[in-house]
Design a protein around this ligand. Structure first.
Ligand SMILES: *Cc1c(COP(=O)(O)O)cnc(C)c1O
Length: 452
């Protein structure tokens, strides 16, 4: 009769060559854990009568290996974005330029001048690294880089408006996404929210009368992910600034996306630019590093020197500071703009600037390579909580398959996973968001799924 005594021991399994190989791959402690885990599982299933025969050592080792693979599998994996959404928030927003990746790689590999002044040999400040580039690009007196734009807003308000009044229009009390609600963040900072105007209309006089009481800031928040249309009214930023300054109140402009270029150039709506906010006279401007700027995740704060100095000194600045890889990468991305080479080097700008002819050419090449599918007109979007409702014409590879849902699932299971979309039971692949170096892998993946 088979009894659990016939089950090999941990020691016996460890004697095998296969176990030595697993130890070399996964390390001894984890391999031991895994063997014990598998043996325990077999014992339990045997005792409960789920199995009546005990597996041989080979099978136990195979189970041990698959357990080890499951335990050590990365969950954060690169994917091929064929969805046509350029700044796909769930897919990690902006892919980075080669120079940006090199800069992040080199400071991550070794030691750096993160907080070290080579001239004096003494302690330096991490805040200087991107600051001069931002000053040059925007004309701002001073700048500060933090973890992301949400923390930038929290920091600005905490440093400049704790327990003080901040005036904001009701039309701008928005939720940006992922639960980031402007009114909640404002409250979190300790600022006293003073709402003016209505959901659809706010007038300059609303700001002016609210600013008659002592006020720390007037805040403008870019609506980013939705449009206000119809019976609406909102004063221009420069007029808000003029009224605010008359009352001696500084203006903070949370741009969110904060492009350094005009998106209209690419046939889509105008997204407020950093330069425009500067020209309008905003005292503090904040925007993301990984939205339309196309750099690493960061929150960029620029503006008047005295206000930035206060923000830098606030304890929260330490809590939300940017790390060395971010500072190095952001500087490299900013350099592309300074050298007027963003369209050539920054991937998301490159994607936007692709001509229809170029996109069509790639879709046609895919169809030819696959020997299947047709090239159809479609739309790419910018995404990333910017330019709501805006799309740019594109050409798609359209695949007629038995079940579009099943095909999408198979694409997601590919290595690397491919993210596409469906419409009218067809699978659509947009070349605009597929990086050129991923095209080979995309075609191999699609070919294999078509064959199976
Ligand atoms: C996206 C956005 C934020 C948050 O930026 P993150 O970099 O994602 O933290 C804040 N404000 C506005 C207006 C935004 O559009």
């Amino acid at each position: 009769m088979t009894t659990l005594r016939n089950l090999p021991s941990v020691e016996q399994i460890l004697q095998t060559e296969a176990a030595a190989y697993l130890i070399a791959r996964f390390g001894r402690p984890l391999t031991l854990d895994s063997i014990r885990f598998v043996l325990d599982d077999i014992r339990a299933r045997f005792q409960s009568g789920q199995i009546t025969a005990l597996p041989l050592t080979d099978l136990i080792l195979a189970q041990t290996e698959s357990q080890l693979i499951t335990w050590t599998r990365q969950t954060l994996l690169p994917v091929i974005n064929a969805s046509g959404v350029i700044l796909h928030t769930n897919l990690g927003r902006a892919p980075l330029s080669d120079a940006t990746i090199r800069a992040m790689d080199i400071v991550s590999r070794g030691y750096s001048t993160l907080e070290f002044d080579l001239e004096s040999g003494k302690r330096g400040s991490r805040l200087i690294h991107a600051e001069s580039l931002l000053q040059k690009l925007t004309g701002a007196e001073a700048a500060l880089v933090v973890n992301n734009c949400a923390s930038a807003v929290l920091l600005i308000l905490s440093a400049l408006a704790n327990k003080k009044r901040v005036i904001i229009s009701r039309s701008q009390l928005v939720e940006i996404g992922g639960g980031f609600r402007v009114p909640d963040v404002m409250k979190q900072s300790g600022a006293k929210l003073v709402e003016v105007g209505t959901t659809n209309k706010v007038r300059l006089s609303d700001y002016q009368s609210a600013a008659e009481e002592p006020t720390a800031l007037i805040m403008r928040v870019h609506r980013s992910n939705f449009k206000l249309v119809g019976f609406t009214e909102e004063p221009e930023l420069k007029d808000i600034v003029a009224a605010a300054h008359q009352a001696g109140v500084p203006v903070v402009d949370d741009l969110g996306s904060g492009a350094l270029y005009d998106t209209e150039k690419y046939g889509i709506a105008h997204e407020p630019t950093v330069q425009e906010s500067m020209q309008a006279g905003a005292d503090i401007i904040c925007f993301s590093g990984d939205k339309l700027l196309g750099g690493p995740q960061a929150g960029i704060i620029i503006g008047k020197a005295d206000l930035i100095a206060k923000i830098k000194k606030h304890p929260l600045a330490r809590a939300v500071r940017a790390d060395k890889a971010c500072l190095a990468g952001l500087s490299a991305t900013l350099l592309h703009y300074l050298k007027d080479e963003a369209e050539r080097e920054v991937p998301i700008v490159k994607m936007m600037s692709l001509t229809l002819k170029q996109v069509k050419g790639r879709a046609e090449a895919w169809a030819a390579e696959l020997g299947k599918g047709s090239v159809v007109e479609g739309e790419s979007t910018v995404g990333g909580g910017s330019l709501p409702g805006e799309s740019m014409p594109t050409f798609l590879l359209s695949l007629q398959v038995k079940s579009a849902e099943k095909f999408l699932r198979a694409l997601r299971k590919n290595n690397p996973p491919i993210i596409a979309r469906t419409e009218n039971d067809k699978v659509l692949l947009d070349p605009r968001t597929v990086l050129p170096e991923q095209e080979g892998a995309l075609l191999v993946g699609v070919k294999n799924i078509l064959k199976s």
